[in-house]
Design a protein around this ligand. Structure first.
Ligand code: PLP
Ligand code: TYF
Length: 397
């Protein structure tokens, strides 16, 4: 049976991670995979997480199954983190299932959409996280793209985006990145979110918000603003969240899929379908990550500690954006890199070509994604000059 199979390429971003590990260049820099790094290039376990894990080790009383929705306290805490004290929560319109990472949440959402409308098209930004496309297609859905990033002006193609979304058939799904757009770093502002929210209501598409970087852009609250603006306006919304980045829990695989329905009764019915989807894929989610997040969010002390650590990560990223812009400006390069400072989260496109990207890797050991996406968190005081000189060198014609 297996002999019919043809080999498939690995995920290019994860492949880059492996290539970096094998590179013996002592100056090598990993600006590939979207993992936060500190000044020393490490991705340490957060102190709040360590404390919560110690607590769990002492206090866990059973390894028996948890339910299909996972840890219900965790689910409720996630709803508050995402929506604050939103009217949809007060009206009991929200249901959440814990999921194995943001990716697991997206796959659950995809299967849920299939149960609602197998003919639905999922509309994604051009460009988007490559996994979005393969994940929805793997679930049997059609994926189409809408204009988003303006490569030329390093801005949003907002008018083009709206013009396309106006033509989306009722019953389709439009995926929006809540903040820290992956891969461009270009986010909608408040006024633009309001336009999209009104359009969703008018046109009748269902927004699906992917929020994988809450707290990495401006603040926990600000980064959820667009999501809440949508929730103010529409009857139905799907939210796929991830605790990989903001809690640094990448390998624990913890996220959530939340549904907002038009009323509480519809929310119950939707939830029964959501849980049926979960059962058909992995039955129940793993317990560890949810317990850590719930323990942190249940304790004032640990929440404070987490906020501080999250603030530190965000400040470092934003500081680096300014530093990268300023350091590149001191080099003899024709291109203007000031856009890096205006973008949010870990990613920006440098806007250099394939040949220049290959030279960065081969000649300097600087690993960036083939689209020219860089993870700014991989830059540090120790390597910023080396990085800027390398970019200047490959940009020389
Ligand atoms: N959505 C976006 C936009 C992402 O960048 C990522 C990547 O990390 C995810 C979802 C999935 O995150 P997780 O590692 O929690 O599956
Ligand atoms: O875009 C990134 O780098 C992150 C991490 O298959 C990631 O979202 C990349 C690829 C992948 C899973 C996670």
């Amino acid at each position: 049976m297996f002999s019919v199979l043809k080999p498939l390429p690995t995920d290019p971003i994860l492949g880059l991670m492996a290539a970096y590990k094998q590179d013996t260049n002592p100056n090598k820099i990993d600006l590939g995979v979207g993992v936060y790094k500190d000044e020393l290039g490490n991705t340490p376990v957060l102190k709040a997480v360590k404390k919560a894990e110690a607590f769990r080790l002492e206090n866990e009383t059973s390894k028996s199954y948890i339910g299909l929705a996972g840890n219900l306290d965790y689910c409720q805490k996630m709803e508050s983190l995402l929506l604050g004290e939103h009217k949809t929560l007060l009206a009991n319109r929200v249901r959440t299932a814990q999921a194995p990472g943001g990716t697991g949440a997206l796959r659950v959402a995809a299967e849920f959409i299939m149960r609602c409308n197998p003919k639905a098209t999922v509309w994604v930004t051009t460009p988007t996280w490559a996994n979005h496309i393969s994940l929805f297609e793997a679930a049997g859905l059609t994926v189409k793209e809408y204009p988003y990033y303006d490569y030329e002006n390093k801005d949003l193609l907002f008018d083009e985006m709206i013009n396309t979304l106006k033509q989306v058939p009722k019953g389709d799904v439009v995926l929006l990145h809540a903040c820290c757009h992956n891969p461009s770093g270009m986010d909608l502002n408040e006024a633009q979110w309001k336009v999209v929210a009104e359009l969703a209501k008018e046109v009748g598409f269902t927004p699906l918000v992917d929020i994988a970087y809450q707290g990495f852009g401006s603040s926990l609250e600000e980064d959820a603003r667009g999501l809440r603006i949508l929730a103010d306006a529409v009857e139905e919304l799907i939210i796929c969240s991830s605790c990989s980045k903001n809690f640094g829990l990448y390998r624990e695989r913890i996220g959530a899929c939340s549904l907002i329905a038009k009323d509480s009764a519809t929310a119950d019915i939707s939830n029964s379908v959501l849980l049926s989807v979960v059962r058909s894929i992995y039955s129940m989610p793993p317990a560890h990550g949810a317990d850590i997040v719930n323990t942190i969010l249940s304790s004032t002390e640990l929440t404070q500690m987490w906020h501080q650590e999250l603030d530190e990560m965000r400040s470092r990223i934003n500081g680096l954006r300014t530093q990268i812009k300023e350091t590149l400006a001191t080099k003899d390069i024709a291109q203007d890199f000031s856009f890096i400072e205006r973008q949010h989260g870990m990613f920006s496109f440098l806007g250099i070509n394939k040949e220049q990207i290959t030279r960065l890797q081969k000649e300097y050991g600087i690993y960036i994604v083939g689209s020219s996406r860089v993870n700014v968190a991989g830059v540090s005081d120790a390597n910023i000059e080396y990085f800027a000189n390398a970019v200047a060198d490959v940009c020389k014609s």
